[in-house]
Design a protein. Structure first.
Length: 78
């Protein structure tokens, strides 16, 4: 995967996570409380200042009550 494609997919994943949070009618603060993390944790991965590893990604999906496989399929199809 080229660097440009990687950056594009990373941005798309962040957008999907932001949209999922907003669709769940959660603020960053509310989501961070579900994750037992500071609000800055959510802010940083949504802005791309921090990356989520696979376990963290699964924890975020769980906190948002979304299926991680469906989210990844959406990312693949973008």
């Amino acid at each position: 995967m080229s660097q440009l494609n990687y950056l594009q997919k990373s941005k798309q994943l962040r957008s999907l996570l932001i949209n999922a949070r907003q669709s769940a009618n959660l603020t960053q603060t509310e989501l961070s409380k579900r994750l037992n993390k500071p609000q800055s944790y959510v802010s940083k991965y949504e802005r791309g200042e921090r990356r989520l590893d696979v376990i963290e990604f699964l924890e975020v999906c769980n906190a948002l009550n979304i299926d991680p496989v469906i989210l990844l399929k959406k990312l693949i199809n973008l």
